[in-house]
Design a protein around this ligand. Structure first.
Ligand SMILES: [Zn+2]
Ligand SMILES: [Zn+2]
Length: 376
């Protein structure tokens, strides 16, 4: 299986603590991967970069970033290869950085003038991965709710595979969902509604969009829990026994597509493209945030906005909280519909209650379709 192979190829039995060359090895491979991908985006902007993002890039900064990642991959690679017996992580990072440099590095000129159309969106994937790791890993290391869990907990490679597999094709999938929705807006869009919303202050429009999205999310999320056939897909997301930023990306692609489609459809009817784009960025950050292994909490805020502790209760296997807290942005939506559960403490355990699903990516992807309880 993919994630077991990754584990075997890169992992070893040595400690992953600070000073063992593990962190530097991971950083080397990570930076090498990002820089190599970045250089590929410079070479093939039409195919790889997202049409929506292209006009907004500060190219000088992006080039400095790619250069920095190349240097970082080499430096961390050297450190790791000195400290650690198994050098495969360091070697991978350095090789990727060298390949990125050989391909022209950060100074590759953009020759084509990209036009719209289907693109893979590797740029957004790399930026997303980089920013998420940059924001959430330090927060989880500094103020964890479960300090013993660590960054490289059990099944972390499984979730990395999920991140990779759902984020890249998702650009295409969400395009497939978006396209009919935009077409629908042309014919079904309510001009009176669009004009009414467009007259509001930007922030009010955005707030309204988040409310509309969360109510839509509430009902599809409820269905994912209550309809047995849909639950098979959603159970994958609930199978994490430890929560952190990357556990949030463990989600079956059917689950992801359904949720996105349900959220986007009503937004398309009344909101402008810029509001929808702002919402997509917000939901990416906020949904990841709610899974974080992050202890500190602002009591006054958590009643109004979903904080990690609230969504962690959605993921518990403790009976009292099963099928509670479906909202992903505003807890008061659950209050309105009677599914609010929020005691003072944190849940003690996470995962599926009395249910077993395949432990690996391939099994989790196929099983929900055929409804088989166990394969491996
Ligand atoms: Zn759920
Ligand atoms: Zn979740």
């Amino acid at each position: 299986m993919i994630e077991q192979k990754i584990n075997k190829f890169f992992g070893d039995a040595e400690s992953t603590g600070f000073g063992t060359g593990w962190w530097s090895g991971i950083l080397s491979a990570f930076f090498g991967f990002l820089s190599f991908g970045g250089v590929l985006c410079l070479h093939f902007p039409q195919l790889l970069s997202s049409p929506e993002l292209r006009p907004h890039y500060p190219m000088h900064t992006m080039r400095v970033l790619i250069q920095g990642l190349i240097v970082g991959a080499i430096l961390f690679g050297v450190i790791s290869s000195i400290l650690r017996k198994k050098k495969i992580l360091a070697l991978t990072g350095m090789l990727l950085a060298i390949a990125a440099t050989a391909l022209g590095g950060s100074s590759v000129q953009i020759n084509e003038t990209p036009h719209g159309g289907l693109a893979i969106g590797l740029d957004w994937f790399l930026l997303d991965l980089f920013l998420m790791a940059l924001i959430y890993v330090p927060l989880e290391r500094l103020w964890p709710q479960h300090p013993k869990q660590g960054t490289f907990r059990k099944e972390w490679t499984l979730d990395v595979v999920y991140f990779m597999s759902t984020h890249l094709p998702l650009q295409i999938l969400s395009f497939l969902v978006l396209l009919p929705a935009t077409q629908a807006t042309k014919y079904l869009g309510v001009p009176v509604l669009q004009e009414f919303i467009a007259r509001m202050a930007w922030f009010l429009q955005f707030f309204l969009a988040v409310v509309v999205a969360d109510v839509a999310e509430y009902f599809i999320h409820l269905a994912l829990h209550k309809v047995p056939f849909l639950w098979r897909f959603h159970a994958v997301h609930h199978s994490s026994k430890a929560l952190d930023w990357i556990a949030g990306s463990r989600s079956h692609f059917v689950d992801d597509t359904l949720v996105r489609g349900f959220i986007l459809a009503p937004l398309m009817l009344g909101f402008s493209q810029s509001i929808i784009l702002a919402y997509l960025i917000f939901v990416t950050l906020h949904a990841t945030w709610t899974h974080c292994n992050f202890g500190p909490n602002a009591k006054w805020l958590e009643k109004f906005l979903v904080m990690p502790r609230y969504h962690h209760w959605h993921h518990t296997s403790q009976k009292e909280a099963i099928d509670k807290n479906f909202a992903i942005h505003f807890p008061w939506i659950d209050k309105i519909f009677g599914t609010y559960y929020f005691p003072e403490e944190w849940p003690a355990q996470y995962g599926l209650a009395g249910e077993e699903i395949s432990p690996n990516f391939l099994g989790q992807t196929i099983e929900p379709f055929i409804g088989k309880k166990k394969t491996s």
